[in-house]
Design a protein around this ligand. Sequence first.
Ligand code: NAI
Ligand code: MG
Length: 487
Amino acid sequence: MPESGLDVLIRQTQLFIDGQWIPAQSGKTFDTINPSNEEVIARVAEGDVADVEHAVLAARRAFDEGPWPRMDARERGKIMHRFCDFIEAEIDELAAIESLDNGKPVKDARSVDIPLAIECIRYYAGWADKIQGSTIPVRGNFLCYTRREPVGVAGQIIPWNFPILMAAWKWGPALATGCTVVMKPAEQTPLTCLRLAYLAQKAGIPDGVINVVPGFGPTAGAAIVQHPGVDKIAFTGSGETAQHIMRQSADTMKRLTLELGGKSPNIVFADADLESAAEGAHIGIHLNQGQCCCAGSRLFVEDSIHDSFVEKVVDLSRKRRVGNPFDPTTDQGPQVDRDQFEKIMSYIDKGKREGAVCATGGQRVGDRGYFIEPTVFTEVRDEMAIARDEIFGPVLSVLRFSDMEELVRRANATTYGLAAAVWTRDVSKAHILAERLRAGTVWVNCYDVFDAAAPFGGFKQSGFGRELGQRGLDAYLEDKTVTVRLG
Ligand code: NAI
Ligand code: MG
């Protein structure tokens, strides 16, 4: 699809509240930028406190009085499947908008992000009529049972790295359980979320069940977090914002699930299949321009294979094609915005100053758009900033190890705990490490394998609560215990 003319695809730029497309009460808009050329794609209504108030009232009414939590659970599932049918029918258009707004290669949006999003919503559609409590053998002549009821209005605040997929992870369990939603997409990437809301309405999701309020964090985001009519917050993003949200939501005692960043160790032993490990190390860091919470940004390589393995990884980085996300041969597009671009470039600079060796990359690509070369640093030491901080870009730090005990200690010596990977042919080594690594996900001989049925989330400061899988429903449910005197 040619890049010019894509703007005709963009039809939803207003707030979506109570089933209506409306401007912000302030009349304000903000620009959403194409990170490939730094030009404005569209002006989007900028929600603020008053719009959040409107959206929460709509979501509240839809929850307290509306049909969604009251209808047959199976019917909710059916409507969710219909929603997915509409997403599937528009997959090319959605992929194009996602790519335009975020910068990711359109082929990735088309073949990874959106199929995973559909899988997630269909998975939770299947759960809608399988959420059930238990009967409990209590003392005395009583019948005691539990009901699992929807938590209420969910405030959902998502980032820009996987806009469609993050919306699906949040909407899937909320819709299945009968909750209603006020979502704030990231200010960098509001467009596909708005289109999804349009498709949700077309599929028959009642007015007020899904509300989308684009805007900025400190205004629209904070208003959602503070609103007493919101029962629960689901957030994905930075640790700093998460801490702020925890403090701000304390007054109204909101339930929280937080999915935050990482500095995930990707560990390669000499006895691994080194070709696939190199591929895994490469994809583990560079997928999505390095903008993945679970990026394998610390590559631990066993001493005896270090040099030859690094050569393979560097070689793959050099071959990675950086450029126009609409070109089907492109592997890597631009970073999402100027802030991220500058943050990453400053870490590259820091890495060089701290004495790491920039084995490949390290430069901006071109002079327009936020493109950065796939970058690999070797001779990285644990205390360097590039080995400790989340860079959230295509920058890999390679570290050496020789002793297993020491490796475990170093791999766990981080405030994060989102993911980890181990590459080895030794089954017991793999399982020992799977147990000892303090992370919510451990991949063995693979990386970035996601499935809607498998829970995902963090240890330590990578957050709490789990998304996906049966565990992902818990965050949207309250347990109610009913005790009935019999005779
Ligand atoms: P952020 O955490 O500030 O933004 C994520 C979402 O939170 C956006 O929708 C934003 O508008 C909203 N937000 C910001 N401040 C808020 C507030 N006070 N109250 C409520 N909502 C608020 O992340 P940002 O600034 O986009 O990126 C900074 C860094 O965070 C990145 O460089 C990266 O290291 C990390 N990050 C991690 C992500 C992940 O998937 N875990 C995703 C995005 C960023
Ligand atoms: Mg921020």
